[in-house]
Design a protein around this ligand. Sequence first.
Ligand code: SF4
Length: 380
Amino acid sequence: MPAPTCASCQAARAALRRPRSGQALCGACFCAAFEAEVLHTVRAGRLLPPGAVVAVGASGGKDSTVLAHVLRALAPSLDITLHLVAVDEGISGYRDAALAAVRDQAASWGLPLTIVAYADLFGGWTMDAVARSTAGSGRSRSCCTFCGVLRRRALEEGARRVGATHIVTGHNADDMAETVLMNFLRGDAGRLARGGGLGSAGEGGALPRCRPLQLASQKEVVLYAHFRRLRYFSRECAFAPEAFRGYARQLLKRLEAARPSAVLDLVHSAERLALAPTARPPRPGSCSRCGALASRALCQACALLDGLNRGRPRLAIGKGRRGLDEGLGEAGPEDGAPGNGGPGCTPAATAETKAGPAASPVPVGPGEDGDGAVAALGPV
Ligand code: SF4
């Protein structure tokens, strides 16, 4: 059966059905609609004021690639300046290749790029070194907790170096729904209550952060990358299979199969959640070492580094389990920090598996992931 005509332009053949609405669109109209929706999210949420210098957390993965591309297209309308900031966690065989993709993007889009490395910021610690240190401690599964906390700090530092006024990250709706689920599963009421908005205003002197793709589904992010012919990096981090996020992701996929609106329902449920006064966590203070926001004497990054430097990583995680495993390292909604295979990491492909081949060549080019995504969305 021939493909129907695009419901928007009424001229071209439709190339996909939008997962959310079922609307049959051609590639050009889909991309225009996607960009308009991101523009609406930014404007309605007053996320990026005119004149903002925006640090885009760039990992080379699909989310940050699409985010940077869309914001570059919207920059004149929004009157913002963009600067890519990438974090080198020191994961051999993984981040080196991803950073090569970021460099290519920066060069081809004419955007400035700054790379900050864990090794320089954190006294020589890399994620490879952290993994060696935690191996045998029974905490090797916590690599993503370390990584997420340190990554948030590194992105903040990189953004400050380039004079940014705001930080944006590529979390999409699926990432946010996974985080809501994880926080429910851990009973972390504080993070559930804090994580509902589209970003954080920048408490305690931190730069404001936001997630312009928070209402866009992962499938549509992949489709946008396909129709705009964007190249991105899609190999999974060696530490990702250990992450708790993977379980939340699998659960979410099952929920979504039974109830297609489950992803956005979860995202919106966090927006509407209100905590009883007795359940509210105390207002955070300042870290006694670095001055960052902290709910204890040391912020999470300083506490983790302290444990590592003493050769006792269990100290850093075990003692503060509720504060750390439930905390920033898990890429909570308001922290914007990739973690646990979330944005900034290349996730174990679940939605991408549905939308296209999980083990795509690296980097993925146009016509690979995207072709699978179009096919997976059914005949138009
Ligand atoms: Fe870091 Fe992500 Fe790898 Fe975990 S999966 S170690 S958060 S890069």
